[in-house]
Design a protein around this ligand. Structure first.
Ligand code: S3P
Length: 436
């Protein structure tokens, strides 16, 4: 486990081309495997999570050429019902991989059971949210005790479409069910209390699938004859960019600019929150990338931030950025409250607990609530030592807290950042923060 000490920075500045989007990279590899021909994926994210997806795609029998580190991978799909079922697939830390893969495997031709497993963090994450609705469609998917991984998935049972009403918005669950729906008889519809990110729907449409919309639901009519994903270039990841946007808001002088970032409105809730906190953030929309809105964002410090409340309806569009709201709240006037965010508890760590632990460890007055947290704004963040708990976003949050602190922060377990952002520490130094 590596540690990194980040010194306080009075001003940071620079331009960062953030790594490619993790959600879109997972989907490009997985839909590539279902595609009826080769798909060139340009600029995929090279991270531990997406390497796990590429290995999974290979294990399912799809062709993979090129090296993810070289920035170009060609996935030669075996068709929507043409994948084989290996005995075991290690999803490592990637919840998105495990959930989407389950929806894909149940629709494949009869074969051996595939066991989907992962690391200790993934083994603690709830899977009944996909195994229950898939079972209702006719699939055989058996989780371990408590509805957690490993999952035993049997391909080849007949699936029937149905309407799924998700109790909690989740792009991973929605995507899993739509992917199963591609090989089910009849319509598969998914209703969410608040719409989640729609990368899967956009990519399925680009691949020629008729993704239907009705009464606030999305659906597919199965079995689809096939799909053909066009070559694509993965845009920058907003969730990675969010760290530099917040760094700019807290210390950006003359400013921090992130370029080529995905700006799907289902991902950019943080921008709307920053706007009402009074932050100086300028968005320059550019041409679409991979059928997704994209552009550049510049953030500067200077304005006095006002505390805010983030409620359930905003959570899906910023579910991975909520930890950053805690840090912003620490330096805003008033008390910032996040509620309706119980989902934070079932991410790579229990992020309500780990965010509050981290803020408290650096001297911030933060309080844990069942479905969120409250942070009292103060003039400054003293600093201290924090633990990542193996969670990439908590590690990076600690680094940002250090940059904005009075005496610096040491992050234990900084290596976790490699799950989504292997070059994070280099980029931190590139904007002028001192970290060693
Ligand atoms: C993701 C969806 C979100 C998010 C995760 C990636 C995706 O999870 O937290 O990091 O790629 O679909 P949920 O769908 O469980 O909210």
């Amino acid at each position: 486990m590596s540690s990194l000490t980040i010194r306080p920075a009075t001003a940071v500045a620079g331009t960062i081309a953030v790594p490619p989007d993790k959600s879109i990279t997972h989907r490009a590899f997985l839909l590539g495997a279902l595609s009826g021909g080769p798909v060139v994926v340009d600029a995929p994210l090279d991270s531990e999570d997406t390497r796990a997806t590429l290995a999974a795609v290979r294990a399912l029998g799809a062709g993979v050429e090129g090296d993810i580190a070289s920035g170009r991978v060609v996935v030669s799909g075996r068709g929507v019902r043409g994948l084989s079922s290996p005995p075991v697939i290690d999803c490592m830390n990637a919840g998105t991989l495990m959930r989407l893969l389950t929806g894909i495997i149940v629709g494949q031709p009869p074969g051996e059971v595939t066991v989907l497993d992962g690391d200790a963090s993934l083994r603690g994450r709830p899977m009944a949210r996909v195994t229950d609705p898939l079972s209702a469609m006719g699939a055989a998917v058996i989780p371990a005790d408590g509805g957690r991984p490993p999952l035993a998935v049997r391909p080849g049972l007949p699936l029937h479409g149905m309407v799924h009403r998700l109790p909690v918005a989740s792009a991973q669950v929605k995507s899993c069910l739509l992917l199963a729906g591609l090989n089910a008889q009849g319509d598969t519809w998914v209703h969410e209390p608040v719409p989640s990110r729609d990368h899967t729907e956009r990519m399925l449409r680009a691949a020629g699938v008729d993704v239907m919309e009705r009464d606030g639901m999305v659906g597919v009519q199965g079995p689809v004859p096939g799909l053909r994903l066009p070559d694509l270039r993965v845009p920058g990841d907003f969730s990675s960019a969010a760290f530099w946007i917040v760094a700019g808001v807290l210390r950006g002088d003359p400013g921090v600019r992130v370029t080529g970032v995905n700006l799907n409105p289902g991902r950019t809730g943080l921008l709307r929150v920053l706007q009402r906190m009074g932050a100086d953030v300028v968005v320059e929309p550019g041409p679409d990338v991979a059928g997704e809105p994209a552009g550049h964002v510049t953030a500067r410090a200077g304005s006095i931030l006002q505390a805010t409340e983030v409620t359930a309806d905003e959570v899906p569009s910023m579910v991975d950025e909520l930890p950053l709201v805690g840090l912003l709240g620490a330096l805003a006037a008033g008390t910032t409250v996040v509620s309706g965010a119980g989902e934070m508890r079932v991410k790579e760590s229990d992020r309500i607990a780990t965010v509050v632990e981290l803020l408290t460890a650096v001297g911030v007055d933060a309080e844990e609530r069942d479905d969120g947290f409250a942070v009292r704004g103060q003039m400054s963040i003293p600093g201290g030592e924090v633990r990542s708990h193996g969670d990439h976003r908590i590690a990076m949050l600690g680094a940002l807290a250090g940059m904005a602190s009075e005496s610096g922060v040491t992050v234990q377990g900084m290596d976790a950042a490699a799950v989504s952002y292997p070059g994070f520490a280099d980029h931190l130094r590139a904007i002028g923060a001192e970290a060693a």
